[in-house]
Structures are given as C-alpha cells and as structure tokens.
Design a protein around this ligand. Structure first.
Ligand code: TEU
Length: 559
C-alpha cells in the first residue's frame, strides 16, 4: 500500500464558535484557538480541521458563507488567521479548511446579484425555476425541514435550497461559477492552508430532470436525494477540481458525503481516480434510524455497527482510504450514544477511542471528545440554537403531533447542539470558555469534566487519546495493517485483528456494562503478545483470557 502523510495523520476538529473565546463576546474566535495550540500539540494531533471561519450571517453557524475570502467578524481578521496558520505550522501541525461550495448564504454578493433580475449575468450561478401550477417546482424536502424551494417575489421564480432558505444551492452546471470557486480555493492554498474538508460535496451535481421524489409514509414532502446525491456529473466535477486546483499542492482532502456507498467511495477515493483522499460516510451514524429518521429512538445493535464498519474496512482495502470518526459538530456525543455517560463514562470513552483509532483509516477527534464530553439536556427548546433542531421541533410537535416531552427527549438524544456546547477548559465560570455570556449554555457537568483536570490526571481520557496517537506514530501496523473482524455475531464484543508484514494487532472491545467472556482462534494464541494499551491497567505480556470487564478494551501486538 502506498504510504502518505495524510494516512498517518490524526485530525482534530475545531468548531471555532464553541472552542475558546479570547475577547469576551461569548463567541469563540481565532485568537482563542491560538491560545490553545499548546494543548493540541500536547495531545499530539497533526492536522486541525477548522469548521467554517468565513464571513457569514450565521443562519447555520458559518455553513452559510457570505464571503469566502474574509473572516467572520466575530472570529477575528485575516491577519489573525495568518498568525494562527503560521503558529500552527511552526508547531509542525497543519490546517484543513472547511470548503462549503454546495451553497452560499443568501447574503453572498453572487446571490444578491443573481436574484436581482432574470437577465443578471450571475442569475445562473444558482438554481432558479418557475413554479409548477402555482406551487414549488417539485416536492423535494429541505434537510432542515419544509420545502427545498423558496419563492422570490422580485423575479417570480423559486430557488433551490437543500438546507435552510438562507443557503441557496449553487449551480455547478455553470462553468464560470466553477472557475470562481477554483480561484477562491487557489487563493487559500496560496496562503498556505493544507487541505479541505468539503461540505456535502456529493450534493453538487443535480440531476437536471428535477423530478419529484418519493414520499415516504406520513411525510409532507418528497425525498429528492436520488436526484442530488452522487449526481450525474459528480466525478467529472471532482476530477476538474483536482486538475485545476488540488493536484498543484500537497494537500489533504476529505469529502463529506451523506448517502455514499462503499462502491461509490472507491470511485471517490480510489487509486488513479484523482478525486479525493477519503470521504466521511454516514452509515455508522445512521444506526437506529426509523421512519422519523434521526429523531427516532429505535435501538441499535452492536452486530450492525460491526457489520457496517467492517464493510467499510474491507470495502476500501487496497483501493481507497477510510476516515474514522465517532463525532463531529452534527452528531451527538459518542460517549452518550454508543458508550455510557454515567458510571462508566471514563471506561467507555477510552474503549470507543481505542476501537476507532485501531481501525484502518485516518482518525478524526472532535473537540471535547478527548475529555469524554457528554450530551446536554437543556430543559427548554429556547435554550437550543441549532436551526435543524429548532425547525425539527416545530415539525415534530405541529405536524407529527408529538408531545413536547417526546420531542424534547429526541432532541436530548440527537440534537446537533449536543456537540456545540462550549469546550470545557476548567471549572471556573462558563468552564473557562468565555469571560462574557456564552452564545449557547455550557453543559452543567463542566465542574466534573474539563481539560485542566484531565491534563493533570495521567489516567484520564485525554492521556489515553494521547497514548493512542503516539502508538500510531510508533507502529506502522496501526496505519497500514489489513483488517479482519472476529466474533461477528457477538452482541457485546467488537473484536478484530490487523495484519502487516509478519505482525498482527488484536483489538478487543466490550461495548456493554456486563462482563463479557470470549474465546479466540487458537492461531492467535500461538504468538508472543504484548499489550499496547488498555483501559483497565496498561502494558503487559500475554493475552489475558479472562472475560472483559464493563467497557474494557485490550490491544495486543502479536509477533
Ligand atoms: O452537513 C450535511 C448534512 O447532511 C447534515 O445536515 C446532516 O445530515 C445533519 O446535520 C444531520 O443532522 C453539513 C455540515 O456538516 C452541517 O453542519 C451543515 O449544516 C450542512 O452541511 C449544510 O452546510
């Protein structure tokens, strides 16, 4: 397998709004990130992915960009950004920018011009359609609820917005628009940024039929995804981005891709395809989804999680590359979701970390994950800020007829704001995030869970992550080894091996609160085993065959 720095790297995602506020306005900023670079360096991560830092009216916290080439006022200035980039580089780390080019803000000058008249030269930068018998052009639903079309009185046509109505979709069919985007990307690369995380990049090519989507039961709108996910020209566009921009730089790319399959991912990331290095797939995040999608409280089974992750591990082996994540700014906290955020918070957070970081792929850590930060349970919907959460609340209560209690409990489990409460730095007011009043409330458990405490405790989740990262630098097998699943039907244990040259890695993870006995193939027991890491006592020799303790993990190197 070809070696690459981005395969060996560990990425840390910063959601700037919630990371560190340096000026007391209650909103995180670039200087706040600068202040915390020592912390990130201590953890050992190589790449920092910044969620969008561009000028934005913040309808969707920066994923609605009004100017790609300036910094959001609340976050600082371009000079602050350049300082941050230099400081990151001086520490031997890199910065990956968020590239949001499926849509802009409706306050972007392109859109203002586009909506100004049907003859405007930029009209075609966006997707405008006349109504269909006085109604929307088709029945597609927006990801953030309601119709994906908004009527614009000025020119009596509708524009498409797959997300909020303040996020009009760009029309990638237009060559001039594509060229503007390529020159904007080049501008950032010339500044020295080291890569892009590309927001919903598999949505940019729309099927030009704009046909109605299927209406699933009890839904108001149709599912347009077959017409915009992995659309007809997507590979052409990505190859063009590569030719025009990316191939000129040694940078890292990851495409965020809801609804991507392993077959498609091979096309996106495969050798000699010249598209992307890796994708973010969603299958392991969509577990337990029912008719209500993410708000469903359906249970999940470990065997399903293992089947999905194993399919991705073996599906891309030797051709393509995985990204590995449990968390990001759109997902609930993993320790609350797949672990145990009560009695076994520390054990389960470590187990989940080991389980993910020992897989094949590039691991991503989301801010606070290394502290075992948990979901939050705000009592009132008024305390939530996320547009998806607020719109869904209205729909679930007013259209689906859910009680407020049921709706709030779904929100407690799945709201994106679970990931967006401020980073917990210490036990002072507002967890040390801000001296002002935070834009979203701090999780009240900050007096118990915070970075200062974790930093000073050698047994903390933080130090466990640090050790996982340093193991990755020491053992090539962790990066490049071939994956094989063991015990596929076990509903408690996720066990697998990795193989590289003459060595093997054995990973055993108990996902349950009870003790979990197991037996292993005798071939594995014939090796000399060294325990590399575990969450119930560290290094040692020989494979322990006693049942795994609650949420225990053991990682062995076999020679
Ligand atoms: O997310 C894309 C996406 O599909 C999400 O909307 C996801 O399905 C949803 O959050 C699950 O609840 C990206 C960004 O990561 C997200 O923050 C943005 O809101 C969205 O694109 C629009 O830019």
């Amino acid at each position: 397998m070809e070696k690459s720095w981005w395969k060996e790297a560990v990425v840390y995602q910063v959601y700037p709004r919630s990371f560190m506020d340096s000026d007391g306005d209650g909103i995180g900023d670039l200087n706040g990130i600068l202040q915390k670079l020592d912390y990130l360096q201590e953890l050992g991560v190589n790449v920092i992915w910044l969620s969008p830092v561009y000028q934005s009216p913040n309808d969707d916290n920066g994923y609605d960009i009004s100017d790609y080439q300036s910094i959001m006022t609340e976050f600082g200035t371009l000079a602050d950004f350049e300082l941050l980039l230099r400081a990151v580089h001086e520490r031997g780390m890199k910065i990956m920018m968020d590239l949001v080019v499926n849509h802009t803000s409706d306050e972007h000058s392109w859109f203002k011009e586009s909506r100004s008249s049907k003859d405007d030269p930029k009209r075609d930068y966006y997707i405008w359609k006349p109504g269909n018998q006085g109604k929307e052009p088709n029945n597609w639903e927006s990801v953030f609820k309601g119709s994906a079309w908004e009527y614009d009185e000025g020119t009596s046509e509708y524009y498409l917005h797959l997300f909020s109505k303040k996020q009009p979709d760009l029309n990638w069919e237009n060559r001039k628009l594509r060229e503007e985007i390529y020159s904007m990307m080049t501008w950032w690369l010339e500044k020295g940024v080291d890569g892009f995380r590309m927001d919903v990049i598999n949505f940019i090519s729309k099927d030009q039929s704009y046909s109605d989507g299927h209406i699933y039961h009890q839904k108001q709108y149709g599912d347009g995804s077959p017409y915009f996910m992995n659309g007809p020209r997507i590979h052409e566009f990505l190859q063009e981005i590569n030719q025009q921009v990316l191939s000129r730089y040694d940078v890292m790319t990851v495409g965020e891709m809801p609804g991507v399959s392993t077959e498609e991912a091979q096309l996106y990331t495969g050798r000699n395809r010249d598209e992307l290095h890796m994708v973010f797939q969603f299958e392991h995040m969509d577990l337990g989804g029912g008719p209500e999608g993410k708000w469903s409280d359906a249970d999940w089974k470990l065997s399903d999680l293992k089947r999905i992750l194993s399919k991705w591990q073996t599906g891309l082996e030797g051709n393509g590359w995985n990204s590995l994540y449990w968390n990001n700014h759109d997902q609930p906290r993993v320790v609350s979701r797949y672990g145990n955020d009560g009695r076994y918070r520390i054990e389960s957070a470590k187990m989940l970390a080991a389980c993910l970081h020992m897989l094949q792929g590039t691991p991503y850590i989301y801010q606070g994950e290394e502290l075992g930060m948990t979901n939050v349970t705000f009592a009132s919907i008024d305390e939530y800020r996320d547009i998806e959460t607020l719109n869904s609340y209205d729909e679930l209560v007013h259209f689906n007829g859910w009680s407020k209690e049921r709706t709030m409990s779904a929100i407690h489990a799945r709201s994106r704001d679970n990931a967006r409460t401020p980073m917990q730095w210490n036990d002072s007011r507002n967890a040390g995030f801000t001296k002002g009043s935070p834009w979203i409330k701090v999780n009240p458990n900050f007096r118990e869970i915070h970075a200062e405490k974790a930093y000073n405790d050698p047994d903390s989740i933080f130090h466990f992550y640090k050790r996982l990262i340093s193991l990755r630098k020491e053992y090539e097998i962790i990066v490049y080894g071939r994956y094989e699943l063991l015990l596929p039907d076990d509903e408690r244990i996720f066990a697998y091996t990795r193989a590289f040259k003459k060595e093997k890695l054995l990973v055993l993870c108990n996902f349950k609160e009870e003790h979990a006995p197991f037996s292993l193939p005798s071939e594995l027991l014939s090796h000399t085993a060294t325990k590399l890491i575990g969450n119930y006592g560290q290094e040692g020799t020989g494979i322990a065959l006693e049942p795994l303790c609650p949420y225990e993990c053991r990682v062995y190197l076999l020679k």
